[in-house]
Design a protein around this ligand. Structure first.
Ligand code: ADP
Ligand code: ADP
Length: 232
């Protein structure tokens, strides 16, 4: 039983005269406990697909189903969480790290204050940060550490699906492997289904069971990670 089923997904941006087709009849399935890699060059539609999967925009055509249901409502929003590309832009510098990580818990009214604090402490440990990080500003952290904070936030409401949109592209190459290892470990330990998006096939190969290649809004190749060959 796949957790996420994408059928005939299309997305167009802009008014009729300046229409951009970002996605065209995309079919995709994501199974529990698997990492699906999605590669494609810049502009191929990766972020548009990621946003459709977390319900951030309505597709122009087609459907996304989560656990057999249309992608609507709070359950899917809680169970499908996203890790963003840029940990500098995606963490509000005016909030404490604890408040940032607690955000999805507050949004979905999960737990009381004490339970949220305990969950934040547990998440910081899971991503390899000290408990004292909770009271500090994200400004005090490096790019790799900030991405750990973003991962902790995504994991907070115990999602079953993690959509990682270029999660290491903004990081120093020397830090990338650490964050990739962390995501791979969490995927295994928590049995997550992960959509791992990147423009670099070598990066995607390290973590993915299956790979799909996106080119000009279409899936042009897909299969087991060791058999997909096309670098777009
Ligand atoms: P990728 O993540 O692979 O770089 P995107 O999904 O960001 O690709 O973009 C796919 C296409 O859609 C590109 O042609 C891009 O210019 C266009 N696009 C993306 N977002 C918007 C938007 N908000 N408005 C108009 N066009 C957009
Ligand atoms: P309050 O603490 O009064 O509830 P805040 O807006 O400061 O209000 O924080 C909202 C929630 O974010 C807290 O209830 C808590 O769950 C979480 N939070 C905020 N700061 C921290 C922190 N330093 N450590 C752990 N959790 C935090």
């Amino acid at each position: 039983e796949p957790l996420l089923v994408v059928r005939g997904l299309a997305k167009e941006y802009g008014p009729r005269r300046r229409r951009t087709t970002a996605l065209e009849s995309v079919d995709l399935e994501l199974h529990p406990g698997e990492t699906l890699g999605l590669v494609g060059e810049s502009g191929s539609g990766k972020s548009t697909l990621a946003r459709a999967l977390v319900g951030a925009h309505a597709p122009s055509a087609g459907s996304v189903r989560f656990d057999g249901q249309p992608l609507l409502g709070n359950r899917a929003r809680r169970e499908i969480q996203m890790v963003f590309q840029d940990p500098y832009a995606s963490l509000n510098p005016r909030l404490t790290v604890g408040r940032i990580i607690a955000e999805p818990l507050i949004a979905h009214r999960i737990g009381d204050r004490a339970q949220r604090r305990a969950r934040v402490a547990e998440l910081l440990e899971q991503v390899g940060l000290e408990a004292s990080a909770a009271d500090r500003s994200p400004r005090e952290f490096s790019g790799g550490q900030r991405q750990r904070i973003g991962i902790a936030r995504a994991l907070a409401p115990q999602p079953r699906v993690l959509v990682c949109d270029e999660p290491v592209s903004a990081l120093d190459v020397s830090i990338q492997a650490q964050v990739i290892d962390l995501l791979a470990r969490l995927q295994r330990e928590l049995g997550l289904a992960v959509l791992f998006i990147a423009h670099d096939l070598a990066v995607v190969r390290q973590v993915s069971h299956r790979i799909a290649v996106l080119h000009q809004g279409r899936i042009v190749e897909s299969g087991p990670a060791d058999r997909v060959v096309t670098a777009p």
